[in-house]
Design a protein around this ligand. Structure first.
Ligand code: DAH
Length: 431
């Protein structure tokens, strides 16, 4: 048991999801996606960790990775805190340091559930799943201590592909994407980056050639399914890698970001007791990939216990396009309220209005009240009163169940409860 304190902000509805571990549920699309990717990272080079507990320390989730003290990811509006020192992990990277320290193999993958306070829409859910991967080389173990040579030799053994790749930027750039000059030579970084990129392109080829076949088989996506697969590398920033990139996949007319990666910060490896090792790491969103693979339109479906959903998935050898089983009517409700400033309450008593309103707090209330009956929540209007300077916000909450038609009475009740909690917990003044 963990003691609570004034940092605690995890609702029981989120704690109730901890045992679900969709990445381990047989025949669940998240688990199938995980297994397909994991095949690219076999033993003995890689050890696959799929069973790490989601409650971690702030030190694991942030400090060990070099997150600065004022990084927004640390805030209580973005992260679920069990208490001041303990969080629900926000990413699988939380385990990097301990696994580097255990030094069980040259590489590893971690698949796990991760938790974030975030917006409500069809691609965000407070729990989702990531797969982390890393590969290192040891200066003391490669022939003649020549890391670059060893990495290029390993790259030769990776399978080649004919994927279209856009990679317009230099491997490192002094300001935009620096090399860790105190620790790595340009030749080492060139080799490690090439190995990283080829490895992940190989994952994409394996995944999406299946999806393309599925889309063609389903015939409903027209000519776009026949377009050749394309990916691009984009410069990025993470506190624990440099240089860093994101990989985007061009899928049915859009560039979609599916993973972040880079050359691991040497401080991380030094602090983990393996100063002679250097290498790469990546983190990938399993829902994102599974939604593309199976054409799953709404992230809430992954949590459905409806057989009409679950029965559609069975094997890792074949990716079939998801067939939507219903589309129930949506019902939206608007709510408007004043934030900031202060005004007199009805009884003449002064009430302070949400001095620092944060949207994620509203999302959390909506989620707690409406659960999976809420499809999305959008800010539709902001207005600043010309005289008082007070700000008013209007949010539209879109109610729709994936499984049944909602009654108007039920939705009205939910909406009333949302508004009551907004006023009580956030101190906003309803209009
Ligand atoms: N943890 C990052 C995220 O959740 C993803 C990531 C980026 C993981 C770079 C990595 C990495 O291992 O090297 O956005």
């Amino acid at each position: 048991m963990f003691p609570t304190d004034d940092w605690t902000n995890v609702p029981t509805s989120i704690l109730a999801l901890l045992p679900c571990r969709l990445h381990l549920q047989p025949s669940h699309p998240i688990s199938i996606t995980r297994q397909v990717i994991q095949k690219s990272f076999p033993r003995p080079t890689y050890t696959n960790y799929n069973d790490l507990h989601p409650i971690v320390s702030v030190a694991q989730n942030f400090d060990s990775l070099g997150f600065p003290p004022d990084h927004p990811g640390r805030s209580r509006t973005d992260t679920y805190y069990i208490n001041k020192d303990t969080v629900l992990r926000t990413h699988t990277s939380a385990h990097e340091a301990e696994i580097f320290r255990s030094n069980a193999s040259e590489g590893y993958t971690i698949s796990a559930d991760v938790y974030r306070r975030d917006a409500i829409d069809r691609s965000h859910y407070p729990v989702f799943h990531q797969m982390e991967g890393a590969r290192t080389w040891d200066r003391g173990k490669v022939p003649e201590g020549d890391i670059a040579k060893a990495v290029w030799a390993d790259l030769e053994m990776l399978s080649k592909h004919n994927l279209q790749v856009e990679d317009p930027n230099p491997t490192h750039h002094p300001t935009r994407n620096p090399l860790q000059a105190a620790h790595h030579s340009p030749q080492e970084v060139e080799a490690i980056a090439a190995h990283l990129k080829r490895t992940l392109e190989g994952v994409v080829v394996k995944l999406f050639s299946r999806a393309n076949k599925a889309a063609v088989a389903a015939k409903d996506s027209g000519t776009s399914a026949m377009e050749p697969l394309k990916v691009r590398w984009v410069e990025a920033y993470f506190p624990f890698t440099s240089p860093s990139w994101e990989l985007e996949v061009y899928w049915q007319g859009e560039w979609l970001e599916i993973l972040g990666c880079g050359v691991s910060k040497q401080e991380l490896l030094i602090n983990a007791g393996v100063p002679n090792q250097l290498g790469w790491a990546f983190g990938l969103g399993l829902e994102r990939v599974a939604m593309i693979l199976y054409s799953i339109p709404d992230i809430r479906l992954f949590w459905s216990k409806d057989e009409r959903f679950l029965s559609q998935f069975s094997s890792t050898d074949q990716i079939n396009t998801f067939v939507p089983f219903s589309k129930h009517p949506a019902c939206y409700k608007d709510t408007s309220f004043w934030v900031g400033g202060s005004s007199s309450g009805a009884g003449g008593e002064a009430t302070t209005n949400a001095p620092d309103f944060h949207e994620n707090d509203l999302m959390e209330i909506v989620r707690n009240v409406g659960g999976d009956r809420v499809e999305d929540v959008k800010l539709t209007d902001t207005f600043v009163h010309p005289i008082s300077g007070r700000k008013s916000l209007c949010y539209r909450i879109n109610y729709r169940s994936l499984e049944r038609t909602l009654w108007n009475r039920e939705v009205n009740q939910l909406q009333r409860e949302v508004e009551k909690q907004l006023a009580r917990k956030l101190g906003v003044e309803l209009r």
